[in-house]
Structures are given as C-alpha cells and as structure tokens.
Ligand binder design. Structure first.
Ligand SMILES: [Zn+2]
Length: 322
C-alpha cells in the first residue's frame, strides 16, 4: 500500500481537541470554536502527530521534559538497566489462531504496580526494541466506536491498552468490562477530561479520586496507570500518582485521529511517517472517534506490512472483571 509521504496537511493544534472528549459521555464531536484554547503545553506539543525536534524543543523550553531518547539507540542499554527494576519481559502471545496476514501480538511487557513516567515525548522511553510498538487508545469507552476498535484488534489478534475516561466508564460499564475481557489492559484518563492545569489542586485530586473509584467499581481492580488529558501534566497530580504508585504514560507517536474530518489515508500516512521517524514506541490513538474506528483495519495492516511488532502492556495482579 502506498501512502504519500508529503501529503500530511496542516492541522489545528488546538489543545482542547487533542483529546476532544471533554464533554463526557454525550456524543458531541469536536468543539473547535467554543472551547478554551489555553493549554500551552499541549498546544506546543501538537500531538495530533509528533514532530519530535520541534516538540521537544518547545517542551524543554518550558522545563517540563527531559530530552527525547529514541526507542532504540546507543542509550538502549541504559534504558534497559533502568527498566530492569520496573518491568519484566513477558512471553510471546499465543498467535496460533491468527492467520499469516494478522499483525498479532509479539510479546507482553509486564509492569510492576509502581510509579514510572513513560513515553519519550515527555519522559523515558519504554524498554522496547527497534520496530516495536505499544498501541494505546484514549477517551473511551464509547458504544459507537469502541466495539469497532475491538473488532479490528481482534481480527489482527492484537492486544492494546485503553486509557478510559471515568464518566464514560460510568455511562458504559459493560463496554468497559468487555474491553478488559477481550484481553486488553485498562488505565485512567481522568474523570471528566478537563484541562487539569486550569483546576485548583484540590479539584485535580478530586478528579483523580473519582476516576479511581469508578475504575475500581467497574473493573474490580485498582487502576495501574494514568494518562493526562491533552498530555498536560500537573505537579499536583504527578506527585499524587507517584505517592500512590501509579504509572504515568505519555506517548512516542501521535496521528491526530481526533480530528473530525481526517481520512483513513491521512491517518495511515501520518502513522507511517511518524513511526519511521521514531522507530517505534507508544502510539496514541483514540477509540472514541469515528475516523480512527474507520481507519484502524488499514492502520493495523500498515503495521504488519511495515514489519512492526506489537508489544502488549500488562500489570502484575491484573485480572478480568467479575
Ligand atoms: Zn483524551
């Protein structure tokens, strides 16, 4: 499949649209006009698709990130040493039921339930080999799109991690449980998808607590990880997550799949180009929006054809919801 390498259009970097599900469980699409655009970190990040040099230069200028490490590089040994304390390498996933054309899941990376900050755009790269990707989906679960995402993943025998929004978990608990029962891992993505930096510290902590409560009530376990809406991390919540031994997840690659009118071809071109630049890593997508649900079968085939290997994240003590 051929994708035009230079056909990526300019996109809005409106931070509220990075993950535009702030309105909660009621479908509303992207609000490009009425939402505040006051998230300087996310705006600069432009995680619709990552331009590493510019991104990290801008973020680093704010003193908020460490320098990017490529997923595989001369520093890989150091990363691996760091990771030994945090993770253990798992086992190849059974793929016998998958056809030769299926992408499959190459291995599972089992993480301890402890604090860590992962994703080279803001933190440390996961201990992945060149060409390995971790697929993550934010903002769900949503009944109009998440089932299509689950089907596409099942068709390719691929396991992923879903960073769920609390109010969607509350509205669609059976769907949240079906994600985990399908073998995927789950984590938190706030309760109401606010720009947390605009909230008072007490309100940030209240949003986290509410998210943890609905996660526990829905999935029967404590949430192991958290991704900030718009990737806009706050000192208050970073400290709280660290104190509670909850991992923070940023990203390595984004494709701007939250845009309302983005096409499958554009998303495929972005994925191909950004993965080529990054070499692999944590890929941010969203199971709450139609364009990604439409495109995912093509994107998974692209990963297969490109020789990428899917790594599934799990946490120690994970279990299916009752
Ligand atoms: Zn989001």
């Amino acid at each position: 499949m051929k994708f035009p390498g230079k056909a990526i259009p300019a996109i809005s970097l409106a931070p509220a649209a990075v993950c535009a599900n702030a309105a909660g469980p009621v479908p509303g699409g992207l609000d490009k006009n009425g939402r505040r655009l006051a998230a300087p970190i996310a705006s600069r990040a432009g995680f619709g698709y990552v331009r590493p040099a510019r991104l990290l230069g801008d973020l680093a200028a704010g003193g908020l990130v460490r320098r990017r490490r490529p997923p595989v590089s001369a520093s890989a040994a150091a990363v691996a040493l760091l990771a030994i304390a945090a993770v253990s390498f798992g086992f190849p996933a059974a793929a016998a039921e998958c056809g030769a054309d299926a992408l499959g899941t190459a291995r599972t990376l089992i993480l301890k339930r402890e604090y860590g900050a992962w994703g080279a755009s803001q933190h440390t790269a996961l201990p992945l080999r060149k060409g390995e990707v971790v697929l993550t989906f934010d903002d769900g679960p949503r009944p109009d799109t998440t089932p299509r995402v689950l089907k596409a993943l099942a068709d390719h025998c691929v396991k992923a991690t879903f960073f769920m929004v609390g109010n969607n978990m509350a509205a669609f608990p059976d769907l949240a449980r079906s994600v985990v029962r399908a073998g995927h891992s789950a984590a938190m993505h706030s309760y109401a998808h606010p720009y947390l930096g605009h909230l008072a510290p007490a309100d940030q902590l209240a949003d986290l607590k509410k998210t943890q409560e609905v996660y526990q009530a829905t999935l029967g376990a404590a949430a192991p990880a958290y991704r900030f809406p718009m990737l806009a991390e706050t000192p208050t919540l970073m400290a709280a997550l660290q104190a509670q031994h909850i991992a923070v997840f940023s990203i390595d690659v984004g494709i701007g799949d939250w845009e309302a009118d983005v096409t499958t071809g554009v998303l495929a071109a972005r994925l191909a180009e950004n993965l080529k630049a990054a070499g692999g890593g944590i890929v941010l997508m969203h199971d709450a929006y139609g364009p990604l649900a439409d495109a995912l079968p093509v994107l998974l085939k692209l990963l297969k054809d490109g020789g990428y290997q899917v790594v599934h994240l799990e946490w120690e003590g994970a279990k299916d919801p009752d």
